[in-house]
Design a protein around this ligand. Structure first.
Ligand code: CDP
Ligand code: MG
Length: 797
């Protein structure tokens, strides 16, 4: 219940907490750190850290080769000296003394597991070392002229494999977009080159690389996509799977794929780097690959727990931060971990309000938020050094746990939660919920305070919680997520036997089956589980299979122009409309204009996009209509890319705006499993897995309450809400229900008809069963007429 409440999120009133704040005032007893338990525990901690300190003192620094700048050339331009400073900084990183040993190890072994504390320089330095060590030169390229010819051919896009025409690259994957971008920016500075030239990054919908690029930072998902175009990754000489400990879905799949190609590409070097010590597991998986340890430079961290559990961790975190700020000298910054953007924005507002209240009595507090959707120009702010006499407080999501290193943090406040995806393979429901973190995460978070000197970590939970309630490790994403996307990618890579794929930790076979079912229902797979033409096209889109399906289906309904606009608008990940407090009525009216005629949210989004396009993408128009310009620009970028992909799968760009029904049909062919029917009291019942849900208040149909709807997604806040939906007709409800259920739920059918055999050993659905299922569907189809049929569903036995 408590976690559920927290998911209700922003319902707290930020300014009504004066009393609570007074209770928590410095010196008062309510929020006290330092119980007896705590002392014992922090002693444990000191014990752990002590030998590391010794290590730092004797030896570790000996290897560092400081170059004294005795010449002191003051005439140097500012830019040059900044560059020099960066070079000096590079030499102070813990990894630096191990540069040569590391290059040697890479030379000697094909696969190397690298372990080192966050901030030791793995991500920013190792690719540069390899670049300096010659891994980005192609041995054959001797003559400069030849090189230029190759470059020229490459620039012409000469169809041949890229690998033969350009330099080999070093690819480094990151689980997070922000990390890929910011690390690439940092490395380009360190190398003194323009971002996007020699050093670039590639994230979904944004490719900042060129034919010059030799160091490429990218999200793990992007490398996965590159496999589709280049199954042997021949343009890479080194692939570094970084932040391996995060065990994201894409990273886990990459493990299997790179392990496989390393067997027939002996020239490819693989680095698996991780911030935590469970490196043995990686080593075991990669056939006992050697482990290269970069000794950390970690100072003792004092751990403090609260005496009693905190009912409101957001407030407790803010109070703690202010307490630190007021009572401690301004010699270290504060890092607070929150679960997401909304929470961070609320915290930012409260902090601003309260520090304003304290006026000049306190030193300046610079508030720096950081989360995935934060605009790039604001992200850089967290890396700026804190001015003398001021203090920085960084409000971060999990991203600051290991992916990003922020210098100067001395205090960490850890509420103990993060947002995590979870997936119920039985129901096929995916949700993003606030969860308690694992012990491993808690320790990583604490460690962030001890990078530059002794630090303090304030855990907003009790020592009892820590020892008894927190799991040791976070469950890898592959075991708690919807696998439809991955299955589609693997299938298009020609990997059919998913159950025997070399997973480090295999996903539950139920989840795999669910994914297969969905893809079958979307006609991406045929009854043998092979990729169909539709599936092949779908795999080209870096989108959820249901979204890709709706795009592919738009060909039939001649409305691809509209459907990709809708797909882009649905993919931006942040809201489009805004609602300033003092102009709510105007904002609501502006929004409702797009909903005239109860067209549904998808069509409203389309209208927004098209109207904006008609004004030639005017910013003014966005202001007038209370629309977020930034979100719109992102939608435009995404749309451009989808348009490019349409061309690739040879779907013509056709517009059919006058026929809204056709557009809805295309969407339905991807989203029919998300159908819901109204119940008596204004609530809805989902068809696939009967569950009570509601229309989200932001929907244009919130008042209209149509009988049948198809929704884009479910979000759980105070209730389970359907977000982005439209109305569907349904001539025969009973049949429709049966249809949807049977299409998407082989397992249910099995229960109902006992006719679906699932082989216990492999989990495969037998062909006979699928044929039976097909017959069943054919029968249903006759009864149903054309309701929600998608083109490839009628499968020939
Ligand atoms: O990957 P690892 O955690 O081992 O360290 P890193 O990300 O390579 O960071 C090494 C150093 O680079 C950090 O101490 C930061 O000071 C600096 N850095 C930065 O200033 N800006 C970035 N965007 C990334 C790193
Ligand atoms: Mg790193």
């Amino acid at each position: 219940e408590r976690y559920r409440d927290q998911n209700a999120g922003d319902k707290m009133n930020p300014f009504a907490e004066q009393e609570a704040w007074e209770d928590h005032q410095i010196g008062k007893a309510t929020l006290k750190f330092g119980s007896k338990d705590r002392n014992q525990i922090s002693d444990d901690y000191k014990f752990v850290f002590e030998d590391q300190i010794e290590f730092i003192q004797d030896g570790m620094m000996d290897g560092v080769n400081f170059e004294e700048d005795s010449s002191a050339e003051f005439e140097k331009s500012m830019a040059e000296s900044a560059f020099e400073k960066l070079q000096d900084d590079r030499k102070t990183l813990p990894v630096y003394p191990y540069r040569d040993a590391l290059l040697q190890a890479v030379n000697d072994h094909q696969v190397l597991v690298i372990v080192g504390e966050t901030g030791s320089g793995k991500t920013t330095q190792i690719p540069q070392y390899l670049h300096e060590g010659g891994y980005t030169k192609r041995g054959m390229i001797k003559s400069n002229l030849l090189l230029q010819i190759w470059r020229y051919l490459w620039s012409l896009g000469a169809g041949t494999a890229k690998s033969t025409l350009s330099f080999p690259e070093i690819g480094c994957t990151q689980p997070r977009r922000v990390a890929a971008m910011s690390v690439a920016a940092r490395v380009s500075q360190e190398m003194g080159v323009k971002l996007g030239h020699e050093v670039g990054y590639s994230i979904r919908f944004e490719d900042c690389t060129s034919d010059k690029t030799v160091l490429k930072y990218m999200t793990d998902g992007m490398l996965l996509r590159e496999f589709l175009g280049e199954p042997d990754l021949s343009s890479y000489s080194v692939v570094m799977v970084d932040e391996a400990h995060e065990r994201t879905l894409s990273t886990d799949i990459l493990f299997g794929l790179v392990k496989d190609i390393s067997r027939f590409r002996p020239d490819l070097k693989l680095l698996i780097s991780s911030a935590t010590l469970d490196a043995e597991k990686f080593s075991d998986y990669f056939d006992s690959a050697p482990i290269f340890k970069i000794p950390g430079r970690r100072f003792p961290v004092e751990i403090n727990y609260t005496k009693a559990p905190e009912a409101d961790y957001l407030d407790a975190a803010i109070v703690t931060a202010l307490q630190i700020h007021v009572t401690q000298p301004c010699d270290g910054d504060i890092l607070i971990f929150f679960t997401g953007q909304e929470e961070i924005e609320t915290a930012e507002e409260i902090l601003k309000h309260r520090t304003r209240g304290l006026g000049t009595k306190i030193a300046e507090l610079i508030i720096c938020p950081i989360y995935a959707n934060l605009p790039t120009e604001l992200q850089a702010k967290i890396f700026e050094p804190t001015p003398e006499g001021a203090r920085k407080v960084v409000l971060a999501t999990n991203i600051a746990e290991t992916s990003l290193t922020i210098d100067g943090i001395k205090y960490v406040i850890d509420p103990g939660f993060c947002k995590m995806k979870s997936y119920n393979p039985r129901t096929g429901m995916e949700s993003l919920l606030v969860h308690p973190i694992s012990k491993a995460s808690a320790n990583q978070r604490a460690g962030r305070s001890g990078r530059t000197g002794p630090g303090k970590c304030f855990r907003l939970y009790t020592a009892y919680n820590y020892y008894n309630d927190l799991e040791d490790n976070t469950v890898p994403e592959i075991q708690r997520t919807n696998l439809a996307n991955v299955v589609l990618s693997l299938k298009s890579l020609g990997i059919h036997d998913l159950l025997n794929f070399d997973f480090m930790d295999p996903p539950p076979s139920e989840a795999l089956l669910k994914a297969l079912e969905l893809l079958f229902a979307l006609s991406a797979l045929n009854k043998l589980g092979e990729l169909t033409k539709v599936g092949r096209k779908m795999a080209e889109f870096p989108l959820d299979p249901m979204l890709s399906k709706m795009i592919v289906a738009s060909e039939k309904y001649k409305c691809s122009d509209e459907v990709i606009s809708i797909a882009a608008m649905l993919s931006i990940g942040s809201s489009i409309f805004y609602r300033p407090k003092d102009k709510q009525v105007h904002a609501d009216n502006a929004r409702m204009n797009f909903h005239t005629g109860n067209v549904g949210d998808h069509i409203a989004l389309l209208k927004v996009y098209n109207s904006w396009r008609e004004t030639n993408f005017s910013t003014q128009w966005c202001y007038e209509n209370y629309i977020q310009v930034r979100s719109m620009k992102r939608a435009r970028d995404i749309r451009d890319q989808l348009e490019g992909l349409l061309e690739r799968v040879e779907i013509e760009l056709t517009s059919n705006f006058s026929d809204l029904e056709a557009i809805k049909k295309a969407i339905t062919s991807g989203y029919f499993p998300h159908s819901a029917r109204m119940q008596k009291n204004g609530s809805y019942r989902t068809v696939k897995h009967p569950q009570t849900v509601y229309i989200h208040p932001s929907s244009g149909l919130a008042q209209a309450l149509p009988r049948w709807v198809v929704y884009h997604e479910l979000v759980l806040t105070s209730k389970e809400y359907m977000r982005q939906l439209y109305q569907r007709k349904c001539p025969r409800e009973k049949a429709a229900q049966l249809m949807i259920r049977s299409l998407v739920q082989i397992t249910d059918l099995r229960e109902e008809y006992g006719c679906i055999e699932i082989c216990p050993g492999t989990g495969e659905v037998s062909i006979a069963s699928l044929v039976l299922l097909q017959e069943l569907l054919d029968e249903l189809e006759e009864e149903l007429g054309i309701w929600m049929r998608h083109p490839n569903c009628r499968l020939k036995a």
